[in-house]
Design a binder for this molecule. Structure first.
Ligand code: FAD
Length: 493
């Protein structure tokens, strides 16, 4: 590099890419270093999967709808963007979640944390699982760490599918009726194909450290109660923070995208829309920029460093000419759709006494889950209106996503009628098809990504690959990954 300022290209304008660009400019500013940041986004809008539609007083999320408040990178970002006052939590009155069993909505047992029963007496009262299934689940506390495996006691287990792990710990019925709808929904995945280490690493740790999931979950609950003081300290710093497990922004998640866009531009960053990168060329000359990025429209962007935040299949296409991309090609993507219905409260005919319901795979419905949005998130609909969101499509069953609008609406309304008794006619429907949107981390993903990154650093120094395909899909995880890439690019650590 010569004396000119460092040029960094960020590929992808989703939450990971924008976080990378925002923190590159912020950190460089704090260090008094000049950096030219260019975000290259292939589509005609920023946000990637984050996409809020505001219409007629409704706040409708076409992609993610909230984030976990205990994962701090998003809170810190909100603070840095001056958005803490915009945060809002779930309605405490809408706590109940239902799971369908044989076409009926059954309340989720109390005391269940990520599917793990922590209160045996309450759990034994549920109709969701048979008596035998409940007893089998509670026996988990007595099982050895290696139970159900070929391993000797004290031997470290390799990665394994989430479903296999949970089945040997808690029994098959619990997997089918509780864990599958609850956990697989986060990835629209198949628990028997998702790798444990990448997807739910905390489960593995609980068994290693506490002997069982039940003991580990109870210990985590005690630790959370003890950390309430820490929580109080946090709310003293940011008194406006709502006390809620999940948080979002009053005017939708796109608020954070819009604020980052504004700050990136204000700090001198460039954002190019419609800039689909089709080739990354490593330049041989030591004088000029190390990389040339060729766009589909024939334009070129030169950069000394490149942060790639694209979905795995798009990153693989760009990088395969330079390095082994098997770890990226192994990540399959599932397509999903979401259907949002807006209703008038008059004649709606249902009291929405909870946050929604989940549908296990075996129930054979078009809907995989439904959020009673206006009950769970009060800011999302005017007082006299109701908003419901339904998800369609999961690993192994993505056909519903391609139904035409009419068939999709009829199918989803049919499921709502059968499961909730909801006959009301919606005033409007918003359908969003999110094709190839849910990355499925395979068994061995963590190790494969570490190897991929080590090779990438050798073959293309100054090129970083990160985002939802890599470490975790949650929005705070994406923010953390974008920030980390910015730190690596600037500080080399
Ligand atoms: P993306 O958002 O996919 O951004 C990548 C960007 O790269 C896109 O803008 C794309 O247009 C662009 N791009 C692709 N190819 C090129 C190219 N060749 N050149 C230039 N640009 C290109 N997480 C939560 O925490 N809470 C939730 O409630 C939640 N719900 C979800 C619901 C759904 C339906 C989905 C799909 C995801 C959900 N997630 C949720 C996960 C979360 O939304 C994603 O993990 C996150 O938004 C991914 O951000 P990203 O920036 O890594 O990728």
């Amino acid at each position: 590099m010569t004396n000119r300022s460092r040029r960094v290209a960020v590929l992808g304008g989703g939450i990971t890419g924008l976080s990378a660009a925002f923190y590159l400019l912020k950190l460089a500013g704090e260090r008094g270093e000049a950096v030219e940041v260019t975000v290259l986004e292939g589509s005609d809008r920023l946000g990637g999967r984050v996409n809020t539609l505001r219409r007629d007083g409704f706040v409708i999320e076409r992609g993610p709808d909230s984030f976990l408040g205990r994962k701090l990178p998003m809170i810190r970002l909100a603070e840095e963007l001056g958005l803490i006052g915009e945060l809002t939590g779930t309605n405490p009155q809408a706590k109940k979640t239902y799971i369908s069993r044989d076409g009926r909505l059954v309340p989720m047992p109390q005391g269940l944390v990520m599917g793990v029963p922590t209160d045996g007496d309450k759990f034994m009262q549920t109709e969701l699982v048979s008596e035998e299934g409940k007893r089998r689940a509670l026996q988990e506390a007595e099982l050895s760490e290696a139970a159900g495996t070929e391993l000797q006691e004290g031997t470290k287990s390799a990665d394994e599918p989430v479903g296999t792990f949970l089945e040997r710990r808690m029994g098959k019925e619990m997997v089918e009726r509780v864990f599958e709808p609850l956990l697989a929904g986060i990835h629209a995945g198949d628990l028997y194909k998702l790798g444990l280490e990448a997807t739910f690493p905390q489960f593995k740790r609980m068994v290693e450290e506490h002997g069982s999931l039940i003991a580990g979950t109870r210990a985590a609950q005690l630790a959370a109660a003890a950390a309430k003081e820490g929580g109080a300290a946090r709310s003293q710093e940011t008194p406006e923070l709502p006390a809620s497990v999940f948080l979002t922004f009053k005017n939708g998640l796109s608020t954070v995208i819009e604020a980052m866009e504004q700050q990136i531009r204000a700090a001198g960053g460039e954002i190019r829309l419609g800039a689909k990168v089709r080739e990354l060329e490593a330049s041989a000359s030591s004088e000029g920029a190390a990389y040339r990025l060729h766009m589909l429209d024939g334009t070129v962007c030169e950069a000394d460093q490149v942060v790639v935040t694209l979905p795995a299949y798009a990153a693989a296409e760009l990088l395969e000419a330079h390095t082994d991309v098997n770890a990226l090609s192994a990540i399959r993507y599932v397509s999903v759709a979401n259907v949002v219905f807006g209703y008038d409260a008059a004649g709606f005919g249902h009291d929405l006494d909870g946050s929604g319901f989940l549908v296990p795979r075996g129930e054979n419905r078009l809907i995989t889950a439904s959020t009673w949005t206006s009950a769970k998130w009060r800011h999302t609909a005017p007082e006299n209106k109701r908003l419901i969101r339904c998800y369609v499509g999961r690993a192994g069953d993505e056909r519903g996503v391609e139904l035409d609008d009419e068939a999709m609406i009829a199918g989803v309304r049919g499921d709502l009628r059968d499961l909730m008794g909801l006959e009301a006619t919606p005033e409007f429907a918003e359908i969003t098809r999110l094709r190839h949107s849910m990355p499925q981390y395979p068994v061995g993903h963590v190790g494969a990504i570490a190897d991929f990154r080590a090779k990438l650093a050798r073959k293309l120094p100054g090129v970083y690959a990160t985002g939802a395909a890599f470490a975790a899909v949650g929005l705070p995880d994406c923010v953390a990954q974008g920030k980390r890439a910015a730190e690596e690019a600037l500080l080399g650590s």
